[in-house]
Design a binder for this molecule. Structure first.
Ligand code: ADP
Length: 344
């Protein structure tokens, strides 16, 4: 239920739509694959989605609501765009935190056209009052709104066009059961192989007309944390170094020099990651250390540490989370050149 009078505002066109147009990041959009053929990797997911698309087309129905989950920059938005293109529908993009009030979502839903895709990024961050609107919209394509205030308030049921909700989240576990259960397809996107990241780098270099040596692309791929967005970002930085400090071509030497200037090591750890391991290894003798102590020692907030720094360190085996706190592994210590404290 929406406890505000949004319908009159919508008629006057004064509801600020939190829809983000997809020209927010022109660079990313230039590099976004537009079809399955150009979307590298994620073979199993692509195979399934192609079938679901064909089935929906054959039946002339919208695609079932779809949830993508996986780390940031791994291709969730891109895949949604490809799906909507494949089915010839519009894609409206918004995000969980941008939908502050139920009325925000209701305004978007009632403005959709039949078969449109509504993409909600970071869907786990939807407020519960907004999320509740989605339940009936997803299941029965209706929403209940309250028009007016006080004693004259009355509930109105509105139909919304048959649409496809595409949700994306980095934290599937934080998604409530009632919402998760309403998705017909739930697809997990995985990290990419280095060879796949290399292909993505070479494809992006081709689009941007960047001359890059094979060995240079291979090295960059190894330092991209198996993530396309990071790979594309590093490619751009290397282009800067190549154009300003060299003759424009990205060679292995340019990449080695560039990564060094950016403080990115051979496994893709950046300055903050390296600091984290060094502080844990040297200052706290390897741990265990609690999150709040690590955050204070790093001068970062706890969310940044937990969401941005630790997942990759844990995944690569540099760090362990135990009930007593964080512990740096031997591998982690040797990665940042700190002596193995246990052996001393
Ligand atoms: P997410 O939504 O998971 O955060 P995006 O879909 O925005 O990630 O992807 C980030 C960038 O990485 C995009 O600009 C896109 O060009 C690139 N990218 C992602 N996945 C692939 C892929 N499978 N093949 C080629 N490029 C990709």
């Amino acid at each position: 239920m929406i406890e505000e009078d949004f319908s009159s505002k919508r008629k006057q066109g004064t509801v600020t739509s939190p829809v983000i147009t997809d020209d927010t990041d022109a660079f990313e959009n230039t590099l976004r694959p537009q079809d399955f053929a150009n979307y590298i990797g994620q073979t199993e997911v692509k195979k399934n989605l192609k079938v679901f698309c064909q089935a929906a087309k054959k039946r002339g129905e919208p695609l079932d609501h779809t949830l993508f989950y996986g780390p940031p920059g791994i291709g969730k938005t891109t895949l949604s765009l490809i799906l909507s293109k494949e089915l010839g529908t519009n894609l409206r993009i918004t995000s969980g935190p941008a939908l502050e009030k139920p009325g925000d979502l209701a305004a978007i839903l009632t403005n959709l056209q039949e078969n449109d895709f509504l993409f909600i990024d970071e869907i786990h961050r939807l407020r519960s009052s907004v999320e509740e609107i989605l339940y009936s919209a997803m299941e029965d394509f209706v929403i209940d709104i309250v028009v007016g205030k006080g004693p004259s308030a009355r509930t109105m049921r509105l139909n919304v066009p048959r649409f496809t909700l595409v949700g994306a989240t980095t934290k599937a576990a934080m998604l409530g059961g009632p919402l998760k259960d309403r998705f017909g397809h739930v697809e997990r996107l995985r990290f990419y192989e280095s060879t796949e990241v290399q292909k993505i780098i070479e494809r992006s270099a081709g689009i941007l007309e960047i001359d890059i040596e094979k060995e240079a692309a291979e090295k960059l791929a190894h330092c991209s944390r198996f993530t396309p967005r990071i790979a594309n970002r590093l490619l751009r930085r290397m282009r800067d170094f190549a154009e300003v400090l060299h003759n424009g071509k990205i060679t292995l030497k340019v990449v080695e020099e560039g990564l060094d200037n950016l403080c990115i090591d051979n496994r893709g750890l950046d300055y903050a990651d390296q600091m984290y391991l060094k502080i844990l290894g040297e200052k706290f003798k390897g741990g265990p250390v609690g999150l709040s102590t690590m955050a204070a020692a790093m001068g970062e907030d706890e969310n940044t540490i937990e969401d941005m720094i630790e997942p990759f360190l844990i995944r690569e085996g540099f760090l362990q989370k135990t009930p007593r706190g964080r512990i740096v592994t031997e591998l982690g210590l040797s990665q940042v050149g700190v002596k193995n404290l246990l052996a001393v």
